[in-house]
Design a protein. Structure first.
Length: 305
């Protein structure tokens, strides 16, 4: 399959591109700079894309997202929303207009689609929340309506915090009481989920791209610090979390989302790194090896908890 990837130089996109290339798929990269061989130009901020070069792809994977600021000021929120809706809409409408359309469009969304829900298990049939983050994800998904209307199978991967790369440095602490549920996924796991979503013809709409084993935040922190060789016991109290991170901390770090990948499991996806400690060991090996260590199947299908 000939695949176009946006965001191929980011932490997630680079892993997905490598995963797909390793399986023999020709990869073309959607880039903002002057395009070279194997690249297509776009400038989503200006609403521009080289539409003539969008012909003939079998699949398009959109993983390009802007880095989120630490503090969600009104100006920052406006920029985050404009970025998400503009990139999704431009790509979807442009693909819908070509003659030889792709069969599938995979877009990055986020777990913030769901409200903080205590101990409740969240699957894809749960409605979106009402917070800024939930509306950002909901409206970002809706912005691809033109692709769906044109008959392009569209998948929105609702992604939690991703374990891998330099992000490993930022996970070894407990937020508040630690009783909130933390959903997560490994970087290489997410890359294989992208590959699965490209090929799974019956997969569409919102898809929870998460490990089937969410953990209490305190347990997540304990396993992470042990695997990373850090000293245990780093706890940031609730008031300090809010003081440092503001709304971002409330929405992403203190919220409780016990998410299950119901659609992936129903479609037959087999998790490689469903266990946090196993995932961490693999990602640490990848971080310190060149080239990155290959995926190692766990040997059995993971079950939901």
């Amino acid at each position: 399959m000939k695949i176009l990837i946006a965001g191929s130089h980011g932490m997630i996109g680079s892993a997905a591109a490598q995963y797909l290339e390793d399986r023999g798929h020709p990869i073309v990269r959607l880039v903002r700079h002057a395009p070279g061989s194997g690249e297509v130009w776009w400038d989503p901020d200006a609403g521009q894309i080289d539409a003539a070069c969008l012909e003939g792809f079998d699949a398009v994977v959109h993983l390009a997202t802007m880095p989120w600021p630490l503090r969600w000021t009104a100006k920052a929120k406006q920029k985050m929303r404009a970025n998400r809706l503009t990139t999704n809409r431009l790509l979807a409408e442009s693909l819908a207009a070509v003659i030889n359309r792709p069969r599938v469009l995979i877009c990055a969304s986020g777990m913030g689609y769901y409200p903080s829900s205590g101990d409740s298990v969240l699957t894809e049939d749960r409605p979106a929340g009402t917070s800024f983050l939930a509306m950002l994800q909901r409206d970002g998904e809706a912005a691809t309506a033109a692709a769906t209307a044109a008959g392009i199978r569209t998948v929105h991967l609702r992604i939690p915090p991703v374990i891998g790369g330099t992000a490993l440095q930022r996970i070894g602490f407990q937020a508040g009481s630690g009783q909130q549920w933390t959903s997560w996924v490994g970087r290489d796991e997410l890359a294989s989920i992208v590959g699965f979503a490209v090929a799974a013809n019956d997969l569409s709409g919102g898809v929870n791209a998460v490990s089937p084993n969410p953990m209490r935040n305190a347990d997540f922190a304990a396993v992470s610090t042990r695997a990373l060789g850090q000293k245990p016991g780093c706890i940031i109290p609730d008031f300090l979390m809010h003081l440092i991170f503001g709304e971002m901390g409330d929405e992403l770090l203190m919220a409780s989302r016990r998410i299950q990948p119901a659609k992936l499991l129903s479609a037959g996806y087999q998790f490689r790194f469903a266990d946090l400690e196993q995932c961490l060991q693999h990602e640490i090996e990848c971080l310190h090896s060149t080239p990155a260590a290959p995926l190692r199947p766990s040997g059995s299908r993971s079950k939901a908890v």
